[in-house]
Design a protein around this ligand. Structure first.
Ligand code: SF4
Length: 222
């Protein structure tokens, strides 16, 4: 079973170097009504349904290193009022993330899409000074068991995700939790008791279907 903190440490050595971080794509996307997106490499989980796994899990083979200045400039040039980091896990290399958010003009909203596991209280407190930040936490399970099956990580880390939502609330950071609707029953999702949940849907590429089957994960609704 993966320990997401240990994996994060190992992957950070590959994706962060001399103040730069590895990204594999910059693109205009339709999400949130249109936003400039930078796709980073590296993640501290191994989700069975990860659509970006080919690149995100193999950072040594893909992408290039960019300074925070270079990334903010590329995002700025796309001319959207929303910018986001997607692809892998953006909270790897916290110093880099802090610097990048600080470079995003205040009239643009920075959307941080994260699994939330690495967001401890100190870091959430630091992030709370950025008023143009919105955090979207993608929940990977409804309990320890489902989290473990889906992510390949020890089930106890499910509570880090829940704890992060509490911290975001405590420090008054705009946020929302999201969950993949296809893998859980309605009552499992309702039992979480998380308000205003956003529903994600599975992108069922053949390799995703294969991975889910291998881990014994049933797709409930399509
Ligand atoms: S957290 Fe996201 S990027 Fe990481 S493995 Fe899961 S789906 Fe892929």
């Amino acid at each position: 079973m993966i320990n997401p903190f240990n994996l994060a440490k190992a992957i950070e050595k590959e994706v962060c170097r001399n103040g730069s971080k590895k990204f594999y794509r910059f693109r205009k996307t339709r999400f949130y009504g249109g936003c400039a997106t930078a796709d980073c490499l590296g993640c501290n989980l191994r989700c069975a349904y990860c659509w970006a796994q080919k690149k995100v899990w193999n950072p040594a083979r893909y992408g290039e290193f960019y300074t925070p200045d270079a990334v903010s400039e590329k995002l700025d040039r796309m001319n959207f009022s929303l910018v986001r980091i997607s692809g892998g896990e953006p909270t790897l290399c916290k110093k880099y993330l802090r610097e990048l958010v600080s470079l995003i003009p205040e009239d643009k909203l920075f959307i941080l899409e994260t699994n939330g596991i690495l967001l401890d209280e100190n870091f959430v407190r630091e992030l709370s000074k950025f008023k143009n930040l919105y955090v979207r936490v993608s929940l990977k399970g409804v309990d320890e068991r489902t989290f473990e099956k889906i992510t390949g990580a020890e089930g106890k880390f499910f509570y880090n995700q829940i704890n992060t939502l509490d911290l975001l609330k405590k420090y008054d950071i705009k946020h929302r939790a999201a969950i993949l609707i296809n893998l859980f029953t309605e009552s499992q999702i309702n039992n979480l008791g998380i308000p205003n949940l956003e529903y994600e849907t599975l992108i069922d590429y053949p390799f995703v279907q294969k991975n889910l089957k291998k881990r014994g994960i049933e797709v409930m609704r399509v």
